[in-house]
Design a protein around this ligand. Structure first.
Ligand code: TXA
Ligand code: MG
Length: 333
């Protein structure tokens, strides 16, 4: 897109946001559905378009780390260190909220999620807007997050007056979320900034959310999430070809999402998406693959169980939730 076009789009986006409308915009992780975070009526539109329960808090996106002190209070030194290390970037900090944060954004909680995204168009938008934008991922509640502007249009259509197009998201899965509001830091949602990288900056251990589950309300932790409507089945690498052959008789095509290449000479009817063995590239491509396969009306999608190791931890997290939430169409008549 040209510089001039960008500027015209940003001006239109800012005008819409100031008028209390929604604007979808790209971030480096996934596309967000944005509203003026200080306008409760605008924020309410996000919940209604997404079909999201009102007590699920939203992340506020800021133009730069300097804005932190406006939106949070009692900010621990660790938050400042993390903001310096990773912002702009795919890390969300949960902090005690300041008085400017409306209840509509936090679901009434005393904390707020904050991040500065690393996408150039998001930063231009935030700088032109000059304040915080509340933005969850721009998908319907429980569904796969969008990683292109077309995904947002496909899913939300006319419900969003403007979708800024910044191309395909570089990271491809949602930000890491660290809760620093309760003393000991807790990783509420794993992301491509790893627990180890976070620990290296703050110099102390970060607990994984599993042990903190009952105390949190991060919707990213619900079991059914990030889910296609086609049934998703996770299989070990060696099982896929055999399971495909078993399905030959059904006459139905099966989708496959893998990090290892399809076996040579495979003679089963399938649509095989090979994303590759690099965790960074896999995260970038995963949601687009799930969406594309979900549109083919397949009876089922096999997903290869990811390799062990910290690089794959956030991918395992998303896949487990996708599997748990998938299969809506499998139950349809
Ligand atoms: O990468 C991302 O984080 C993307 C892009 C658009 O920035 N956003 C995103 O938003 O994934 P959303 O709403 O789909 O997920 C935000 C997560 C939810 O699980 C929400 O519950 C959690 O952040 N969250 C937000 N504020 C919170 C708070 N105060 N306490 C605990 N969890 C919070
Ligand atoms: Mg989401």
């Amino acid at each position: 897109m040209t510089e001039v076009q960008d500027r015209a789009d940003i001006a239109r986006a800012v005008a819409l946001l100031r008028a209390g409308e929604l604007v979808a915009f790209p971030t480096e992780t996934v596309y967000g559905l944005g509203a003026d975070a200080q306008n409760p009526a605008a924020v309410a539109k996000i919940f209604s378009v997404k079909g999201r329960p009102a007590d699920h808090p939203l992340i506020v996106h800021l133009p730069d780390a300097e804005h932190l002190t406006e939106w949070a209070r009692e900010i621990p030194r660790e938050a400042i260190a993390l903001s310096h290390a990773f912002w702009p970037g795919p890390l969300t900090l949960i902090l005690k909220r300041s008085e400017i944060v409306p209840d509509a954004v936090t679901g009434g909680q005393d904390t707020v999620g904050l991040r500065v995204p690393a996408h150039p168009l998001a930063l231009k938008l935030l700088q032109a807007f000059g304040s915080g934008l509340a933005a969850p991922s721009a998908n319907r509640f429980g569904r796969v997050s969008p990683t292109t502007a077309q995904h947002v249009r496909d899913e939300l259509g006319d419900a969003v007056p403007l979708v800024l197009d910044g191309g395909a998201c570089q990271v491809g899965i949602e930000s890491s979320i660290v809760d620093l509001s309760q003393g000991a830091p807790v990783l509420l949602r794993p992301g491509m900034i790893s627990r180890r990288e976070i620990e290296a900056v703050i110099g102390r251990p970060v607990r994984e959310a599993a042990s903190a589950r009952p105390a949190t309300r991060a919707s990213g932790m619900l079991e059914a999430h990030y889910a296609p409507s086609t049934l998703l089945v996770m299989l070990e690498s060696g099982q896929i070809a055999a399971r495909l052959r078993e399905r030959l008789q059904s006459g139905e095509r099966t989708g496959v999402v893998s990090w290892s290449p399809a076996p040579e000479g495979l003679d089963a009817p399938c649509v095989w998406h090979y994303i590759g063995p690099d965790a960074v590239a896999y995260a970038k491509g995963l949601y687009a693959s799930l969406r594309a396969l979900d549109q083919l009306g397949l009876a089922c999608i096999f997903v290869e169980a990811p390799p062990e190791g910290p690089d794959w931890a956030p991918i395992c997290d998303r896949l487990a939730k996708s599997v748990a939430g998938s299969g809506e169409s499998a139950e349809a008549p």
